[in-house]
Design a binder for this molecule. Sequence first.
Ligand code: PLP
Length: 383
Amino acid sequence: VPYFDHNATTPLSPAARAAWLAASDTAWHNPSSPYRQAARAREMLESCRSEIASTLGAATDRLVFNSGATEGANAVFAWTAVHARPATVALVGATEHPCVQAAASAYWPDRIEHLPVSARGEIDLNALAARLRRGGVGMVSLMAANNETGTLHPFQEVAHLCREGGVRFHLDAAQLVGKAEAVGLAAADYVTVSAHKFGGPKGTGLLLVPDGTDFVSLRGGEQERGHRAGTEDLAGVAAMAAALRTSLEQLASGTERAGWRDAFESRLKEAIPGLEIAGAGATRLWNTSLLIMPLGESLRWVRKLDRRGFQVSSGSACSTGKEGPSPTLTAMGYGPEAAKRALRVSAGWSTAREEWEALAEATLEVWRELSEEAGGLTEVVVV
Ligand code: PLP
């Protein structure tokens, strides 16, 4: 079944599965235990740490294994709320993932300012620089790549501005790592990542913390050098390392794959009057397309495509009608009605060009069906 919801999660890669099984079979001992087999588990854990840290360009000691980006974001906001200068605000990107928005609101209540984005979902570096110069900012939190639109943010420049301004920077890299070059990512003070976004297991992830910090996210034992207590999930970590290795081997094909996505978008734009692509024109991940359909609510599209064998997403949880419209689309200036017609398509390394082509045809079929229902727009659009 063509799966186009890789920004939600990805299937476990074969290499990750093999690494998980091998570690579970042969290195299941507690890495903290005092005998040789446990020492081997400890060695494996530390070798995964060095490998992943070097991939991310970070000092090994900065890397803390945890359960993923949600845990990481919560830990970062909880810690900075107590350790940042008093009476400062957290500057949070307007299109951040709910785990960042909710953690910010919980730990920095009444101390949040949003960093606006353009209609293409891009942040304004000049506005950020000006805001930092005005002072009173305790931390900045921004994502590397947006989960709905795929828009990429200039995190290296943001890290530089924050460093110059003496402000801690949290980078949510959940959608970037494993899909694009992570060069410069370690310039952020805190970086949060989830393995299941790039072929690793769910519930496994990592957090980069500043060098030499006494940062604590979970209290208990001395695991993760005191940064996060709890017996380590070595099998998960080994699988994450393998998944990252495998996805890095694919990075070079990103440009070609962006071409497949672009062809998909062009095909639909030709045939569907009024179709908008959110974030088009911005620098985007190669795998994501957020379509704002001219008619039909997201869930109707999702169900109709599902019946045709294609798994896509509504873009955000809002489409059940119970929650408000997507904050990402709202921040980009889309009204609530447009946001209800959003359809997110996100490919993975295993997605073939033919699958993009087949998805375009299936989407056009659904379009014809919905527009006929809406009163016979069909003759305008059939190509
Ligand atoms: N940040 C972004 C940008 C995401 O897309 C996600 C997952 O959807 C998360 C954070 C949270 O990741 P997890 O659910 O693995 O903790």
